[in-house]
Write a protein that binds this ligand. Sequence first.
Ligand code: HEM
Length: 317
Amino acid sequence: MLTCPFSVATQQAVREALTHADLGVRPLHEPVPKALLNTSVQPLFTALVRMRDDAGHPELKAAISKALNAFSDRDVFRMATQVAQQLAPRVLTAEQLTRFNYALPIGVLAEMLGVADQQRTALVDDVLDFVRCIAPGGSEQQMARGAIAAGRLQEWMRVADGPLFAQLCQLIGDRSVAIANAIGLFFQACEGTAGLLGQTLLLMQERDVVAEDAISTVLQETPPIYNTRRFAQRDIELDGQPLVIGQAVLIALKTAEESFAFGYGNHRCPGAGWAQAIALGGIRHLLTLNIEPEVVAHFRWRVSQNVHVPEFFTAEE
Ligand code: HEM
């Protein structure tokens, strides 16, 4: 495999890369990561809208976008407020805040998809394990844990009965593809929204801004998902440079001229409205708890090749 790194980071080159007909989301010779072959994740992975460039992508993308758009920002904000109150009825430690940031988008989606209440804690752990096995750079052990988590997520989705799941099933038509992409929503929403929540809290410590402005500033200045990848499907030219078949391209989602916080082109995020409504509901709720500045004083970045999520911790005195 050719792994020579090639990266683009100017507005024009990023737009070119994200709309290039011969740059795909997966390498041609490895449509599914090797470690996931012959596991329960393989059929799920191949059905995900994020991992497909075939002729079926536009229709699937349209169905998922329509299902998400069936709920207004107001509906999502209300649900986020309700889930935030349940997750954090009172003031949080730094570690609980970190968990809250991951659990909130997962909890909102779980409510809308109709995953049973008693499975919520395990659901957050399973989604985080699943993310680790799908995101670039996963170890063999993470792949194995992710495969087990994916099996459980599929079982829970089989009996889900919420309004978002009903929309997905109806609009996609094929129930197993709907289940895979419902699980895909957890995967897509989890780290990005956790990063948006955590970074917004940090920004609000530094600047005297209201939550909406802080959220927009983070998306403009330090997008939580800060890069993505594409793979040359044949020999091409990109940004005036030759690229050979199989070569990977690292695409910066923040350039000097423009932030591509929610991507660009065919794979642009269909959940941008949801992400901002969830973040706003979460931040507004946290503000009612009067979190002390010490809670967000210490953090490390989540170990990841493409997201910036601050993970808060209590420093030893
Ligand atoms: C702040 C939070 C979020 C950020 C920063 C974010 C960002 C992104 C980005 C950059 C992409 C494009 C990836 C690429 O082109 O390689 C993407 C795709 C996607 N996002 Fe989001 N996202 C967030 C939240 C969400 C939420 C809440 C949902 C669903 C409710 C969602 C659903 C999706 C889906 C399904 C895709 C794949 C679309 C496709 O491949 O056609 N995202 N997201």
